[in-house]
Design a protein around this ligand. Structure first.
Ligand SMILES: [Zn+2]
Length: 88
């Protein structure tokens, strides 16, 4: 699972329109939204999150919780980045 939060609606997650091709457009899973995102936008979001995580190494527990909250505004809770972070 590597879905990212839809950039348009609050409850949707974007997934590749072609699961075999991560470079296809990513489409929101909410049928009333169906926002399409270019894969380059998804890469930007994941890179953002990676740099947030890199900066987070020296944070204390309270700060880590807010980092996780921040990641969950961008990623699906089962995204490998956010689950890795949970088990740091
Ligand atoms: Zn959406």
């Amino acid at each position: 699972m590597s879905a990212v939060k839809c950039s348009k609606c609050d409850s949707g997650f974007a997934l590749p329109s072609n699961p075999m091709d991560l470079k296809s457009n990513w489409i929101c899973n909410q049928s009333d939204c169906e926002e399409e995102m270019a894969h380059t936008k998804v890469i930007d979001i994941v890179r953002d999150c990676e740099s947030i995580l890199k900066d987070a190494h020296d944070f204390d527990v309270g700060q880590n919780e807010s980092v996780l909250d921040l990641l969950l505004t961008k990623l699906h809770p089962n995204h490998s980045l956010s689950t890795d972070h949970l088990f740091l």
